[in-house]
Design a protein around this ligand. Structure first.
Ligand code: BGC
Length: 535
């Protein structure tokens, strides 16, 4: 075991290293926010406030004081790119919204029904994105997204949907007893076919959503330069995507053009956001103390609520915003060399085998896409050095990606339960025969790698807590790694307390933040339009 521990010593961060990482993170964060060279993008999301627990209605009120005190021209500049079309919309935070959630190998199209700023109904459909779509021509990827949006919308019926202004569809789609606009009451023979409902919602003869104008919030979980709430230029792909022709282009525009090319739905992309932003927004609905959004899934990243006067980069003229959500994009933390002191030979191999080498190294220490791979690389090395499995490797152990992060979680659970059953079974499936010592070593490797990830995330979160300087902060978290790894939460709680002494915080699982948050942000975008229109 001594030799094993020795080989893994660089994966275990010393106290000095941890403090140095914290310093570097703060410096990079400050540089990024002041538009100085930095590995942290610190992107302005143009979302100036959070829900206060009473729903999306109040989301932008504070800033609107600012918008409204400016001239119409400056308001227009602020909202550049958002073209006012929904002239008949009166209460945009109520009604039907679409959300599209793109980030992993599956993506989701979601129909959200909002009532007074809360999600009262959610319909979801998952679509698988094939490898050639993730790695090929960008237009084809966006055509596929548009096809899926169309498939979803065509498959949705209005049955049971609460339409705006109190109009309900019965299961027979009749308007029996409904008071129509202008005081007309329907007899039992009136149906919705061809009836113009308030707020621009039309039922086709099949009572489907096809003819309905639907605003869409696009959760695009990749680094982007945001020029407005509905303009996001892709900086680089991460995780399992690499369609070169999209880099530098506006993902909203590409999606809208693809939807328009199909021409069979009335979907309009009104907002683009990162999954961390969606998680923060959704978290704030659940708990108003939420000011940090964290994703620990295939990839990793966080966003937080920053004081607006500390933010240098505003594409548009400001209108009295007091705060704004900043997307840190910490996956790239240290890509400028500032964190090279923690990079081990194992990490270098993982990076080299990854889809986009030499980039997003911090994410490769943490993300679910990579954690299992780090363990695999270490196990392969230990086997090669005859410290494991009697020096007998297997083809699977030598195959990149064969040891998934879900294995790490299962093995960690064995450690907690003080059993070895599942670990032995995993190793057997990988074609490895093991004895008790081997099992102990494999468990140890999983622990060391997982613990480093927990520590790195905690270093960054504790820095944010100190910076925000609030009496009580809730960190909204989502992502498969956080949900399924049995030890991360406990470690993070412990390390954050140590690294940000005296700071009161709690972590809150904000499931489906990227879906629900997208619906809420789409509602906000419409709310802003409406205010602009009314002003
Ligand atoms: C992306 C981030 C995203 C994170 C979590 C990273 O690869 O760059 O934008 O928030 O994954 O999905």
């Amino acid at each position: 075991m001594f030799q094993v521990e020795n080989l893994l010593k660089d994966v275990q961060l010393t106290g000095d290293a941890v403090l140095k990482i914290q310093d570097v993170f703060l410096t990079e964060l400050e540089n990024g926010i002041h538009e100085k060279p930095s590995s942290l993008q610190m992107e302005n999301t143009y979302i100036p406030e959070l829900p206060d627990g009473t729903g999306a209605t109040n989301f932008c009120c504070g800033s609107l004081v600012g918008y409204l005190s400016g001239t119409i021209t400056s308001i227009r500049n602020w909202l550049r790119g958002i073209v006012v079309k929904y002239t008949s919309l009166g209460v945009p935070e109520e009604g039907l919204f679409l959300a599209l959630d793109l980030g992993g190998t599956n993506f989701r199209v979601i129909l959200l029904e909002l009532y007074q700023g809360s999600v009262v109904r959610e319909e979801v459909k998952h679509y698988h994105i094939r490898e050639e779509q993730r790695l090929g021509c960008g237009e084809k990827l966006f055509d596929f997204l548009a096809d899926s949006v169309s498939d979803f919308v065509r498959g949705q019926k209005l049955t049971g949907t609460r339409l705006p202004l109190g109009v309900y569809c019965s299961s027979e789609y009749k308007l029996i007893g409904t008071r129509l606009p202008l005081g007309v009451n329907c007899s039992s023979e009136y149906k919705l076919t061809g009836t113009r409902l308030p707020l621009g919602v039309y039922c086709s003869s099949e009572y489907k959503l096809t003819g309905t104008r639907l605003p869409l919030g696009f959760t695009f979980s990749f680094p982007m330069i945001q020029k407005a709430l509905n303009i996001g230029l892709l900086v680089t792909w991460t995780k399992s995507f690499n369609c070169p022709s999209v880099v530098g282009r506006d993902a909203v525009n590409m999606l809208q053009e693809a939807i328009n090319r199909r021409g069979d739905t009335h979907v309009e992309v009104v907002a683009i956001l990162n999954d961390t932003t969606g998680t923060l927004v959704q978290g704030a609905v659940l708990d108003p103390r939420t000011t940090i959004g964290l994703i620990l899934g295939t990839g990793s990243n966080a966003c937080y609520l920053e004081r607006a006067d500390r933010v240098q980069h505003w594409e548009q003229q400001r209108h009295g915003e007091k705060q704004v959500i900043i997307d840190i994009e910490w996956g790239a933390f240290g890509d400028n060399g500032t964190l090279d002191f923690i990079k081990t030979d194992f990490d270098r191999i993982v990076d080299k085998n990854s889809l986009i080498a030499n980039s997003f190294m911090f994410e490769k220490y943490i993300g679910g896409k990579y954690m299992g791979e780090i363990v695999r690389v270490i196990l392969a090395r230990l086997t090669k050095d005859c410290l494991l499995f009697g020096g007998e490797t297997s083809d699977t152990l030598l195959t990149s990606g064969a040891f998934t992060t879900s294995f790490v979680s299962i093995i960690e659970q064995d450690t907690i339960d003080d059993t070895s059953e599942n670990t032995v079974e995993i190793l057997r499936k990988l074609g490895l025969s093991c004895d008790e010592d081997d099992v102990a070593i494999v468990k140890y490797v999983c622990e060391v790698v997982s613990n480093r990830a927990a520590l790195l995330v905690s270093v960054c979160l504790s820095t944010l807590l100190s910076r925000q300087d609030r009496p009580d902060v809730t960190i909204a978290v989502d992502g498969s790694l956080y949900k399924y790894h049995p030890r991360l939460k406990g470690w993070m709680n412990k390390y954050i307390k140590l690294l940000a002494p005296g700071r009161k915080f709690q972590m809150l699982l904000a499931e489906d933040g990227s879906g629900k948050g997208a619906g809420l942000v789409a509602a906000i975008a419409l709310k802003l339009r409406k205010r602009l229109q009314d002003s």
